[in-house]
Design a protein around this ligand. Structure first.
Ligand code: AP5
Ligand code: MG
Length: 213
């Protein structure tokens, strides 16, 4: 199954994908995670992406689409995947549809995780992420068992540079202007289901699974 998790910064895409991908036995492919991994390896792609990420802007479509298509062509993605943070513009959505069409494939489901702006700001300001496996935690609503340490692999937890208040505001504006139009795009294809993302993490997960099955 080819699934897209759509939602604003802080909606819980990474939180949900981390468990959904095990349940569906499909890789979790997050373009933000791919850019951060490239940056930590110091590659030209990572350095180019950093200048956009630091400002909360989108990395240019051509660079992002090339990276994503390369990733979904890997053997582990042959039977499907969960996309998190891609597509984020109409051009990206159209490029994905075109690429899939050439293999007689389509996106199966788009799950919109819907959360109000006040709650998004609250979540991003308290977020901590595992440096090793990228699992997100929240200081108040989803704390790790041991402070500063990932439950899954013991990795060190850190706060993302782009979670600073002024960058968060910019990211939310970019979402409204460039990514939210995808809601109409996928509604017209009749593959979008909207989930209330402002519930307990387990309840959101159950709603997502119900929408998939
Ligand atoms: P990316 O890494 O994709 O970030 P994002 O979309 O801004 O989303 P986040 O990762 O911030 O939020 P999330 O929905 O994953 O929430 P999480 O689960 O962590 O992108 C970063 C940057 O990379 C972009 O700004 C751009 O520059 C670039 N980029 C990436 N993809 C691109 C693309 N396709 N094109 C161009 N540029 C691209 O949860 C947030 C917090 O809330 C956590 O603390 C969590 O514990 C907590 N939480 C989660 N669920 C709940 C709940 N139900 N109740 C209470 N708390 C919860
Ligand atoms: Mg994320």
């Amino acid at each position: 199954m080819r699934i897209i998790l759509l939602g604003a910064p802080g909606a819980g895409k990474g939180t949900q994908a981390a468990t959904l991908h095990e349940h569906l036995n499909a890789p979790h492919i997050a373009t933000g995670d791919l850019f951060r991994a490239a940056l930590s390896q110091g590659t030209p792609l990572g350095l180019e992406a950093k200048s956009y990420m630091d400002r909360g802007e989108l990395v240019p479509d051509d660079v992002t689409v090339r990276m994503l298509l390369e990733r979904i062509s890997q053997p582990d993605a042959a039977d499907g995947y969960i996309l998190d943070g891609f597509p984020r513009s109409l051009a990206q959505a159209e490029a994905l549809d075109e690429a899939l069409k050439s293999h007689n494939e389509t996106v199966d489901k788009v799950l919109l995780v819907d959360v109000s702006e006040d709650e998004l700001v609250r979540r991003l300001s308290g977020r901590w992420i595992c440096r090793a496996c990228q699992t997100p935690y929240h200081a108040v609503s989803n704390p790790p068992k041991t402070e500063g340490m990932c439950d899954a692999d013991g990795g060190e937890l850190y706060q993302r540079d782009d979670d600073k208040p002024e960058t968060v505001r910019n990211r939310l504006g970019v979402y409204r202007d460039q990514t939210a139009p995808l809601i109409d795009y996928y509604t017209a294809q009749e593959i979008l289901t909207s989930i209330n993302g402002e519930q307990e993490i387990d309840v959101v997960r159950a709603d997502l699974l119900a929408a998939i099955n």
